[in-house]
Ligand binder design. Structure first.
Ligand SMILES: *Cc1c(COP(=O)(O)O)cnc(C)c1O
Length: 217
């Protein structure tokens, strides 16, 4: 049940960590149940689905939407028109960032970092691209660089060790960038299967779907 699941997860989160309820493929009614339990941040990974849900729920005054999926450049404008959009967690390449920055908005941006080295995962891998991304956001001034996002390994044999390596790498990158640019970046990492590990590495946003809403859609 959604209320019990939410409560159970919340009870495991430290004060500095927020729960992003990943509602992709789930019906509006499930989102409303979670909202009525006090959940405010919701994540979606498809622009069209997000736009439709956010439009239907636009009268919920405190709802905040987070985009977490892979984003095609031609969908950026539609995404930015979404009611109550709070952040994009999946800025994974410079060309996408440039497209987003052309349409000023005060939402938060997270740079997605490929920490697992898996080629099928998207995300920045090169340090100079990350530095370039930060300087583009700083120069544009309206957007906020809110943090860094990563996903743990999907095919590792030793799942726990691979997840730890990814989360540790993101935590170290945060320290480096915070020091270099005077930032205090937030970390978006940890899903249903690995969020307890992500908490050990200082996650500020755990993105949890199936453990809240169940596996089936
Ligand atoms: C689906 C998804 C999640 C949530 O996954 P669960 O295993 O259902 O908790 C988190 N992050 C991203 C990017 C996702 O696409």
């Amino acid at each position: 049940m959604i209320p019990e699941n939410l409560q159970q997860i919340q009870s495991q989160l430290p004060a500095h960590c927020s729960l992003l309820a990943v509602s992709k493929t789930k019906p509006i009614t499930a989102i409303e149940v979670a909202y009525d339990c006090g959940q405010r941040d919701f994540g979606e990974n498809k622009v069209q689905e997000l736009f439709e849900k956010a439009t239907q729920l636009r009268d919920k005054p405190e709802i905040r939407w987070h985009f977490i999926g892979s984003l095609q450049s031609n969908k950026v404008n539609k995404l930015l028109e979404t009611p109550h959009l709070a952040a994009i967690h999946s800025i994974d390449r410079l060309s996408l960032l440039e497209k987003v920055l052309k349409k000023p908005s005060s939402i938060g941006l997270f740079l997605q970092i490929n920490t697992s080295g898996e080629v099928e995962k998207s995300g920045f891998t090169e340090a100079d691209h990350i530095h370039k991304a930060i300087s583009l956001i700083k120069a544009q001034k309206v957007y906020r660089l809110q943090g860094l996002m990563t996903m743990g390994s999907i095919r590792a044999q030793d799942f726990e060790q691979a997840a730890r390596a990814s989360f540790k790498q993101l935590q170290e990158l945060k320290s480096e960038l915070d020091a270099a640019y005077g930032l205090d970046l937030e970390l978006s990492m940890g899903m249903s299967q690995d969020f307890l590990l992500a908490l050990e590495y200082g996650s500020h946003w755990v993105r949890i779907g199936s453990q809240i809403f169940g596996k089936r859609s």
